[in-house]
Each structure stands twice: as C-alpha cells, then as structure tokens.
Design a binder for this molecule. Sequence first.
Ligand code: PNW
Length: 484
Amino acid sequence: MAAKAGLPADFEWGFATAAYQIEGAVAEDGRGKSIWDTFCHLEPTRTKGADGDVACNHYHRFEEDFDLLTRYGAKAYRFSISWSRLIPLGGRDDPVNEAGIAFYNRLIDALLKRGITPWVTLYHWDLPQGLHDRYGGWLDVEESQKDFERYARLCYERFGDRVKNWITLNEPWIQSIFGYSTGGNAPGRSSTNEQSAEGDSTTEPWIVGKALIMSHARAVAAYNQDFRDTQQGQIGISLNGDFYEPWDPEDERDHAAAERRMQFHIGWFANPIFLKEDYPACMREQLGARLPAFTADDFTVLRAAETDFYGMNYYTSQFARHRDGPPSPTDYVGHVDELQQDKAGTPVGEESGLHWLRSCPGMFRKHLTRVHALYGKPVYVTENGCPCPGEDEMTRDEAVDDPFRIRYFDTHLDAVCKSVKEDGADIKGYFAWSLLDNLEWSDGYGPRFGVTFTDYDTLERTPKKSALLLKSMFAQRQGIEVVG
Ligand code: PNW
C-alpha cells in the first residue's frame, strides 16, 4: 500500500457523463431542440446514422444508474445540464421550462440521497437550436454571452443551494474547431468539409472561441458577484488538450512546434481565462486579425471572473514536427504535423480501440505538472478513459472483461500520484469517462468508453470489471483500508 500512497484522503473521484450522450427523451416534458438534435438528423448522415433520441434513456433510468455509482463506490458524479430543457428557446427573455428544472432537481436529490457529490457542467456542446437560428449562436459574441450568463444564473438560482461544484464549459476547443472548422461536430460549419455547405474555417472558429471565453467569464463573474457568498461553491472550466513532445528531440524547431501546439490547444483559452491576458503570442503571430481582440471592457469582465480550478480532460499524447513554408489559412494546430511515433519510430503509446487515442501515462504526468505550473490553479481531471482494442466488435460477455481499461486507469492514476508527490502539483480529483457506454458524438454508438456495458437493443446495463476496481485503486493510493 505504501508504495502507491500519495493521494490525500479527501481526493475527489467518480465518473463523468454528458446530457446529450445519455439522456434521450429529447421531445419530452417541453425540452427544446439543440444543435446536436439537428446535426444527428441531417441527411446524408454525419453521425454514422446515430442520434441521441433515446441514447441510454438515462432520463427515465437515472435511479438505476445512480445505484451503479453507489455500487462502484463513487464519491462524486459529473453530469451536464441540457440548456434547452431549462430554456427551450435558449434566450434571456425566453420562458423557463419548469418541467426541465424539476428533472434536474430529481437528479440532484437522487445523488445527494446516496451521499454522492454532484459536479455540474453547464454546457457540453448542446446549444439551443433556437439561438443558432436567431443570431447564429456562438458566432454572435455579444448576444451569446448574455444568453449564457442568464442560463448560468438560472442554474445557480435553482440548483446552487445543493450544487457546490460548477463547470461552465466542456472543451471549448472541440466546440470551436470541430463545430466551425472541420465541421465534424454540430453545428457542422466548415469550408474544408465537403459535407458542409456553410461556414468559413479561416475565421469562424476564432470568433466562436472568443464567444466561449467571454461566456465563461460572464458566468463566473455572475457567480462571484451574486452567489459565491451565500452558496460557497467553486467554479471552473474543462479544457481538453494532448501533451506533445518533439518528433525529433535533437531539433529545436520540433521543441518549439510541440510547445506551439499546446498553446494552440490550451493557451488559446487558458491565457485569457487564467492569466487574464491576450491569446498566446504564437497564435496572434500566425492568425493576425482573424483572432478577435479583447477590448478594455472584455478585460474588465475577464478580471472579475476569478476561476477556482482547471478542469482537465485528458486522453492521449502525440509528437509534433515543425512544418516549413507558410501556414495554411485553415490551420488550427500551430503549423505542425501531429504524429503517433517519433523520428526513431518509437510509438507514443499502446493502441486503444480508437485511432486517435493511445495510452501515454508518462506524458500525462508531464501534462498535469505543466498545466498546474503554468496556470497556478488546483487541477481536477474531469475526464480520462478509453475504449479497449476491438471492444466495439465484442459481445457483452467479452466486453465486461476489460484488462486494457484497467491498466489504462491504473497507470494514469500512478501518473496523478507522481505529479502530486514528486512534482508537487495540486491535483484534487479525477473523473473517469464514462459511467456508461454512450453516444460518442459523430462516431455514433461504436466506441465504448463506459465502465458499464450498455446493450443498445434492451438498454440493459452490465458493469465491466474496471467499474468495480476503481474504488480499491483509489483507496490504495489514499492509504485507505478496503474491506471485502
Ligand atoms: C471528449 N479528440 O471529447 C468529450 O468531452 C466527451 O463528451 C467524449 O465522449 C470524450 O471526450 C471521448 O471522446 C473528445 O479527437 C473528442 O482528440 C475527441 C477528441 C478529444 C476529446
């Protein structure tokens, strides 16, 4: 036990999900449509024929799902609220749907009854379609931040007596780039994707990025001004981003490429939000005026938005190689090649069940330590997990035996321990992605990230072995005795 110990007894841990990936019940109790409802029903399909109409039917089965959390020993649970369940049309002057409020009240109370701490994400990519139709959604920086602030305030007012952990946005990078540059995610706008008729990949992702940064800031400023004293909670944001090492460790230009790639992933959002300064210099240099500026008024809002923690969504790492010549106007990675092996041919990590995800625990440790050092806030790992190789083709009985996932969790938890114990980083919690196999966005129901197997014909849930082991993996590292 002592060999593994390293995490404090109050280390927060549990499982994470997102509304559209699990809830279903998209037309029930007054819910309005989101951009993902629209995107999943486009023809020809851009989501492998999949949609979230039923998903895991968590809307009607949450009690059963929370019994699983109890069985797994989870202390905390991260879920997201569907904006269009609370405000079907989304806007600050649009009506509130009391049935939507009641659903999340039941959800929160069902967690508290089991002694599980709710962690609430306000926005996990499901913008109300009404706002997209009304003014272009996130493309309107001024309107969208006002509507998001009002939605956030509604959540604090109605749920903040019981919810003390808030995450404003999930992965603004994915929302901006996949939604408005490559067009792989809703709303699917792109000038480089032949399935997309609308969009401008040279400008729109950078406008949307600013809208998301300002929306985060307005939501945090509102919490700080009007709710923090009475509710005593904390608020953060979940940013994705891989760790990068130079493809050729002998080449200074590849060292610079790796650093630049991470700035394009994380610094884009973390500089304005945590450092309260402009975007990273390398982004300004490459993108020029296409990167919208922050005004003096914007900085006033950013400074009022002291954010409590950095939520880290981490899955994998890569190598970066510098590119010669001028960057393409549609480049969003900082003019680098991204590779899964280095110059010597050494792979970055073991292959999982998804092409973009390799298991790289050593680089996870570096990533944790780097992010903590750069942005100076406590870090909660708000997502980490993987599908096992071949899992999408397996039967239930095969899939519940998941040694690859067990090893992934075990080695990644070791990385957390080392970052805490040896590098001195302040890492306070960890959420495994995900509680259930669920809708993996444009990849449909193929990749299985769950610790619980979902049978999509019957919706029956079956725990995988990894689900039942996490409790002892944490206890071991926290120096807690586990009985049974
Ligand atoms: C995250 N990539 O998305 C999301 O927050 C989850 O909703 C999702 O299910 C999970 O990770 C697994 O994919 C990502 O291509 C999607 O690097 C794609 C990437 C990273 C994160």
